[in-house]
Design a binder for this molecule. Structure first.
Ligand code: GTP
Length: 820
C-alpha cells in the first residue's frame, strides 16, 4: 500500500511527459510506512467496517485498508464500496496502465470527489467511481466502479442554485456554442465537427420534449406557429392566475390552486410538467433519471429577490410578509397580450382628438376637397395680374404734359480732381443742400481732419468714402434749374472703380470732365483716368462733354494755364471722337465757388466772360429716346423699397415705357414680374418713359431672379440672351485674341476675344486689314467676343472690354451678329 495519492485531471500528453518518471517515483515510495496517526485511524476504521459488513463478508484487510485510505477513513462509504464490489456484473475494476495515453482520454482518478470520472470506453457516458488501487506489482491503478448509471445533468449539478432555475417560459432559444475545442483543425472551418456529448444530451432532451408536446396536442391541425403562440398565451394566463392567487392568499400553495384548465383544454399541469422542479422531494422530474436516491433537500429558501427573478418556481417561496408581498405584487408579470397603461392613455387621447372629426358628416370632407380644388384653381389664376392695369396710352399722356427737360450727366475725371467738391458746391449754391446740413458736414469733416472735403460729403455719403476721401460708387443727386431737371452721376475717379464709372456713364446724356488745373496734376491726370474716362464715355455713346477746369484758385486764376489746358484737352478729345462743337471749357473753383452758379468774384478771374458751369449745363440739348420701342431697363439696384413694396428695382429706362399693372420679363432668368407701383424722381406715377430714372416696385417674382445688371424688358418682346456677339470697338490697348470682361452698365460677364475680324478705317468703316494678329491702341477693330454665360445683349448697345483692371477697348454691338 502506498501513501502516495495520485490525482490526474484532464491529463494530456504534455502532462504525461511531465510524469515520465511516474512509475519510478511510485515504486520508490511504495515502501513508505504509515504515520502513527494513520495507523491508528486505519485500525479503528477496519474494526468498524468489519462490524458493519459482518464477519462473513469476504473482504481482506488489504481491501478494507485500501478503501478506507481512499475514502479518508469514511466507514460508511468504505462499506458501500466493498458491498458494491462484491456484487456480480460490476464494471471492470482494472484500468490498465498500459492503455494508450491519449489526449482525448478523459479518465481520471480523483479523491476529492468520490471518483466521478468520464469514460469513453465502450461508448458509455456515465459517472464512475475510480478508486486508486495498487495492482499486484504495486503500481497505482484507477479502480472504476459504476456508481451512477445515469447521464450527467447540468440541472442536477446546479440544482442548489435556485436563481439559475429559469422558468421555461422565460428561456430564450439560444444555442450556446461549446467552449471546448471542436474536433477539427485549429482555426479550420469545422462546421461538421463532432457533436459534444453534452450537446447530444441537450438535443436528445429537446427532442423528447418536442415529442411530448406533440402528443399533448393530439388531433390539433394547427400549425406549429399557432400552437406556439397559443401555448405562450396559456403560459402567461396561467402564470398571472397563479400570481393573483398568490396575492390573494399567500398561504395557499400555488400548485393547489393551479388546476384551472385553459380554454384550449390543456391543463396547466401539462404545460408545467416540463419545468424542472428541484423541490419535488423525491418525485420524478423531467430531469435525467438518477438511479441513486437523492438526499433530503437541506437547502435554504432563496431570497425574495431571487424569488422574483426566478418567478415561476420562486413563487412557491414567496413569504407571507405583507411588505414582501407588496414587492411581489409590484413585480408581477405583465400580460403583454393586453394593451399597456401607456397604450390605454394614448388611445383615450387620440379618441378625444378624433372625436370632433367623427361628428363631422361626410359632406364636410367633400367640402374640404372642393375648397382644396378651389385653392388650386386660385393658384393657377395667379398667372393673371393681381394689380389691375389702367391700360394707359403712355405716349399720348407723355405728349400731353409739358415738363422741364431732364438730363443725366456723369462727372468724370482723374482721382482727386475735385469732382465731388465741385458737385457739392453746385448743389449748395443751388440750394439743393441747406446751410445747416453744410455746416454739419463741415464740422464733421474738420473733426477727422478732412475739412476741405466738406462739399464732397454732399455726394460721398458712404463712411468708407468719407474716411478715405475717395468716391467708390456712383453717387446720384438731383437739382433743377429754371429749364432743366438734372440728375448728377458722380463717378469715382480711382482706376480701381472704373467699372462703377462705366455703370454711371452708361446712363448719362452728357459728361462733365473735371480737370485739376494745379501744376503737375493736370499732366499726371491726362496720363491717367482723365484720358481713360474721356475715351470711355465717348465709346459708350456720350457725345457732349463739358470740361470743368477746376482748382483755378490754386493757380491764381491763371488765364495762361487755362488756355494751355484747353488746347491740350481739345486735341485729345477730338482725337477721341468728340466733335469740337460738343466740347466746352469752364474755369472754376469748386472749393471757393467761382464760376459755378455765379461768376467768380475774384478780380483775377475777370478775364473769363463765358458761361458759368450751371449755364453750360442748362444749354445741353435734351436727348431723344425710343419711347415707342419695347421696354428695356438695365437694373441698377435691387432693394426693399418699403413695407408695402418689399421688392424694388431702380434704373433708367433706356427704351420704351412702362405702367402700373404691366407684366414684364427679367432677363437672363426669363422670370415674369408685375409692376405693383412705380416712382419717377421719387414721386408715385402711373407710368414712366425712356430717359427717366425710375423705381419699379415689383410683385409675383422671387428676389433670387433679380440682380443688378439684369434687363427688365417687355413681356411681348423680350431681349434675347446671347453667348457670342460681334462688335466694332476702339482699342485702348494692344488687342489680341485674349480673355476679357464685358461691361454694359452694371452688367459684367467674363468672356474672350475669340477673333480679330479686321481693322477698320475710322471715317469710312471699311476693312483695311483682315484678320490681324494684333491691333495697336487707337485703331478701330471688329472683334468676335464669346461669353462664359449667356446674357441679355442686343444692338446697338455699347460695351466696354476690360482686362487685368484696364480698359482695353470699348464699342458698339453690331446687328445680326448675335448668337445665342
Ligand atoms: N484748392 C482747391 N482744392 C480743391 C478744389 N476742389 C477740390 N479740392 C480738393 O481736392 C481734394 C479732392 O477733392 P474731391 O472732391 O474729393 O475730389 P474727387 O475728384 O471727387 O475725388 P475722387 O472722387 O475720389 O476721384 C480735396 O481735398 C478738395 O478739398 C478746388 O477748387 N480748389
Amino acid at each position: 500500500m502506498s501513501n502516495r495519492r495520485v490525482k490526474s485531471l484532464a491529463a494530456d500528453e504534455d502532462d504525461y511527459d511531465d510524469y515520465d518518471n511516474y512509475d519510478d517515483d511510485y515504486e520508490d515510495g511504495g515502501n513508505e510506512e504509515l504515520s502513527p496517526e494513520d495507523k491508528e485511524q486505519m485500525r479503528q476504521g477496519t474494526t468498524k467496517v468489519r462490524e458493519a459488513v459482518g464477519s462473513a463478508f469476504p473482504a481482506t484487510d488489504k481491501e478494507i485498508h485500501d478503501a478506507l485510505w481512499h475514502y479518508y477513513y469514511d466507514v460508511g462509504k468504505t462499506v458501500a464500496y466493498l458491498k458494491n464490489k462484491q456484487k456480480p456484473s460490476t464494471a471492470p475494476t482494472k484500468a490498465k496502465k498500459d492503455e494508450p495515453k491519449s489526449k482525448l482520454s478523459t479518465s481520471f482518478c480523483s479523491t476529492a470527489l468520490p471518483g466521478i470520472s468520464r469514460s469513453d470506453r465502450g461508448g458509455q457516458d456515465g459517472l464512475q467511481a475510480t478508486i486508486p488501487q495498487k495492482d499486484a506489482d504495486g503500481r497505482q491503478e484507477c479502480i472504476s466502479s459504476t456508481i451512477y448509471s445515469t447521464e450527467f445533468s447540468a440541472a442536477e449539478f446546479f440544482k442548489d442554485c435556485p436563481w439559475l432555475r429559469i422558468p421555461e417560459h422565460r428561456k430564450a432559444e439560444i444555442l450556446i456554442e461549446p467552449v471546448y475545442p471542436r474536433l477539427g483543425l485549429l482555426g479550420g472551418a469545422s462546421a461538421g465537427g463532432k457533436m459534444s456529448k453534452l450537446a447530444a444530451l441537450a438535443a436528445k432532451r429537446r427532442q423528447k420534449e418536442s415529442e411530448r408536446s406533440e402528443s399533448t396536442a393530439t388531433g390539433s391541425s394547427e400549425s406549429q406557429d399557432d400552437y406556439t403562440t397559443r401555448l405562450n398565451k396559456l403560459r402567461l394566463q396561467e402564470i398571472n392566475r397563479a400570481k393573483s392567487n398568490t396575492s390573494r392568499d399567500a398561504d395557499t400553495p400555488m400548485r393547489e390552486g393551479d388546476k384551472a384548465v385553459s380554454d384550449s383544454g390543456v391543463s396547466a399541469d401539462i404545460l408545467r410538467q416540463d419545468l424542472p422542479d428541484p423541490l419535488s422531494h423525491g418525485q420524478t422530474t423531467s430531469t435525467p433519471d438518477l438511479s441513486v436516491s437523492v438526499e433530503p433537500c437541506i437547502r435554504g429558501r432563496p431570497s425574495p429577490f431571487a424569488s422574483i427573478m426566478t418567478s415561476h418556481d420562486a413563487d412557491l417561496f414567496l413569504p407571507t410578509s405583507p411588505d414582501l408581498l407588496a414587492v411581489g405584487e409590484n413585480a408581477k408579470s405583465f400580460d403583454f397580450a393586453e394593451p399597456s397603461p401607456d397604450d390605454v392613455v394614448m388611445k383615450a387621447q387620440n379618441a378625444k382628438v378624433a372625436a370632433p372629426a367623427k361628428t363631422k358628416p361626410k359632406e364636410s370632407a367633400r367640402t374640404k376637397t372642393t375648397s382644396l380644388a378651389h385653392g388650386v384653381q386660385q393658384l393657377s389664376v395667379q398667372e393673371t395680374p393681381k394689380v389691375k392695369s389702367k391700360n394707359i396710352d403712355v405716349l399720348a399722356e407723355y405728349k400731353k404734359v409739358k415738363r422741364k427737360k431732364a438730363a443725366n450727366f456723369v462727372v468724370i475725371g482723374h482721382v482727386d480732381a475735385g469732382k465731388s467738391t465741385l458737385m457739392g458746391r453746385l448743389l449748395f449754391d443751388l440750394k439743393a443742400v441747406d446751410q445747416r446740413t453744410m455746416d454739419k458736414y463741415r464740422k464733421e469733416a474738420e473733426r477727422i481732419g478732412k475739412g476741405s472735403f466738406a462739399f464732397a460729403w454732399v455726394l460721398d455719403q458712404g463712411t468708407e468714402e468719407r474716411e478715405r476721401g475717395v468716391t467708390i460708387d456712383i453717387a446720384t443727386n438731383k437739382f433743377e434749374t429754371d429749364r432743366t431737371s438734372f440728375t448728377i452721376l458722380d463717378a469715382p475717379g480711382h482706376k480701381d472703380f472704373v467699372p462703377n464709372m462705366i455703370a454711371g456713364a452708361s446712363q448719362a446724356d452728357f459728361a462733365v470732365l473735371v480737370i485739376d488745373a494745379s501744376m503737375g496734376n493736370f499732366e499726371s491726370g491726362l496720363k491717367g483716368q482723365t484720358k481713360e474716362h474721356a475715351l470711355l464715355v465717348r465709346s459708350i455713346g456720350v457725345q457732349r462733354i463739358i470740361v470743368a477746369v477746376n482748382k483755378m484758385d490754386a493757380v491764381d486764376w491763371s488765364e495762361e494755364r487755362f488756355a494751355e489746358i484747353r488746347q491740350q484737352m481739345s486735341a485729345f478729345l477730338t482725337s477721341a471722337g468728340f466733335q469740337s462743337k460738343n466740347v466746352t471749357f469752364v474755369p472754376c473753383s469748386g472749393l471757393e465757388g467761382g464760376n459755378i452758379l455765379a461768376k467768380c468774384s475774384d478780380p483775377k478771374a475777370s478775364w473769363y466772360t463765358g458761361p458759368t458751369l450751371v449755364e453750360e449745363l442748362d444749354q445741353s440739348e435734351p436727348s431723344t429716346y425710343a419711347l415707342d420701342k419695347p421696354l428695356r431697363m438695365t437694373i441698377n439696384d435691387v432693394f426693399r423699397g418699403s413695407v408695402l413694396n418689399p421688392l424694388s428695382v431702380s434704373g433708367r429706362i433706356e427704351a420704351g415705357n412702362v405702367q402700373v399693372g404691366e407684366q414684364v420679363v427679367v432677363m437672363p432668368s426669363g422670370e415674369k414680374a408685375q409692376i405693383r407701383s412705380l416712382e419717377v424722381d421719387d414721386e408715385p406715377q402711373d407710368w414712366a418713359v425712356a430717359g427717366q430714372n425710375v423705381v419699379l416696385n415689383l410683385t409675383d417674382i422671387d428676389p433670387i431672379h433679380l440682380k443688378t445688371g439684369d434687363v427688365l424688358c417687355s413681356a411681348v418682346s423680350p431681349i434675347q440672351n446671347v453667348s457670342e456677339f460681334r462688335a466694332k470697338v476702339l482699342a485702348f490697348e494692344h488687342l489680341t485674341p485674349m480673355n476679357i470682361d464685358v461691361h454694359k452698365g452694371r452688367l459684367h460677364v467674363p468672356g474672350r476675344i475669340s477673333q480679330l475680324v479686321g481693322v477698320l478705317d475710322k471715317s469710312t468703316g471699311m476693312v483695311v486689314k483682315k484678320r490681324p494678329k494684333i491691333v495697336q491702341p487707337g485703331n478701330v477693330v471688329r472683334v468676335v467676343v464669346q461669353l462664359d454665360q449667356p446674357v441679355p445683349l442686343e444692338p446697338p448697345s455699347r460695351v466696354v472690354l476690360r482686362a487685368n483692371g484696364e480698359t482695353v477697348a470699348a464699342g458698339l454691338l453690331e446687328k445680326n451678329e448675335m448668337r445665342p
